[in-house]
Design a protein around this ligand. Structure first.
Ligand code: ZN
Ligand code: ZN
Length: 353
């Protein structure tokens, strides 16, 4: 039995819809196992349908276990197939469907009320099963190995761009199918940009270098950040680094089932505030990671979600001082009943290269 589909079916039945259509790629893959780029998952009270075009019939037959595969064609469009089901209320992904798709559905479905699914799937996806955690664990391992390799090649004269190419190539050579987002390599005063993607800047002696990257392994993402210094760290660099580290480790101790995203964030934020850098930590503490690198739950001053066992989240406070530089330290963790399991194993003391 596909427990992911059963959880989803239970939720939509509770919502009072007859069926739901899902085609956001990560949601579709989550429910069906399908890795291709086009197809609709339709879950009804009794049936699991995978509706796709000619290109993906063979692939979906192989990948979508427990699904009835239906081909849509020019003569029998997706709307015709849905109309044949005689639905009254159809759930849809309001966070994903475009306005023009919505209008098409409204126009071409006969007497079907479209009901937004809201955060039904993000909520289900937030809690990982053992297989999912193992994929993320593997993605985190590849990222750790990559950090070790990058520390060996970081030196004055190399550009941020070259470092990002090395990160990507190393991750792919070590089993990743791709990067989970465009790698951040931000050096010198650019490290004060929280999302400074690699530029052609040459890395120099005395620079902070913030490396924020991750890879995809069997569809699942990793995400980690380390900040290093090229050469000897100045007193100010050490001061900022140690505050971020203290905040990051305090939040690690706070993360466990039952704590809200707001509370976890506050633990790190209070430490940074107390040291006088509160205005320089302008983003949330972390986010969920899974098939997407940013997903539920949210750990931030606005984080209403409560952390639950087997959620996978990041802990990534930072301090960014304009015209000086910045530090972020990010670990990927699995929330447990009494704490958390840290998946990122790379060292966190200040590394001077
Ligand atoms: Zn990151
Ligand atoms: Zn992150």
């Amino acid at each position: 039995m596909n427990t992911k589909v059963e959880k989803f079916r239970k939720s939509i039945v509770e919502m009072g819809v007859d069926a739901a259509i899902v085609f956001k790629p990560e949601n579709r893959r989550y429910l069906s196992g399908f890795t291709g780029s086009a197809g609709y998952v339709v879950i009804t009270e009794k049936k699991n349908l995978f509706i796709t075009d000619f290109r993906y019939v063979q692939q979906s037959n192989k990948q979508c276990k427990g699904f009835e595969i239906i081909e849509h064609t020019n003569d029998r469009k997706i709307y015709d197939i849905l109309n044949e089901l005689g639905l009254k209320k159809l759930g849809f992904e309001d966070g994903f469907m475009t306005v023009s798709q919505y209008k098409d559905f409204e126009e071409k479905l006969n007497d079907v009320e479209l009901i937004p699914l809201k955060d039904t799937l993000p909520k289900i996806r937030a809690i990982k099963d053992e297989d999912e955690i193992n994929e993320i664990r593997k993605a985190a391992e590849i990222a750790d190995k990559t950090f070790e390799y990058i520390c060996g090649i970081l030196k004055p004269g190399i550009t941020e761009w070259e470092v990002s190419l090395e990160i990507e190539a190393f991750m792919k050579k070590n089993g990743a199918s791709g990067t989970s987002f465009e790698s951040i390599v931000a050096s010198g005063i650019r490290s004060s940009l929280p999302h400074g993607i690699a530029s052609h800047k040459v890395i120099e002696d005395g620079d902070f270098v913030t490396l924020d990257f991750g890879c995809i392994y069997n569809g699942y993402c990793s995400d980690m950040t380390r900040t290093v210094v090229i050469g000897k760290a100045s007193d100010k660099q050490k001061e900022i680094y140690n505050i971020v580290l203290e905040a990051q480790e305090a939040a690690l101790k706070a993360i466990k089932s039952g704590v809200t995203g707001f509370e976890a964030d506050k633990v790190a934020r209070d430490i940074i505030k107390e040291k006088g850098y509160g205005d320089y930590f302008g983003h949330g503490l972390g986010h969920g990671v899974g098939l997407e690198v940013h997903e539920s739950p949210r750990l931030s001053p606005l984080g209403k979600d409560t952390l639950r066992e087997n959620m996978v989240v990041t802990d990534e406070p930072g301090i960014y001082v304009p015209d000086f530089g910045g530090v972020r330290i990010e670990d990927l963790v699995v929330v447990k009943e009494d704490g958390c399991e840290i998946l990122s194993k790379s060292p966190k003391h200040l590394i001077e290269l």
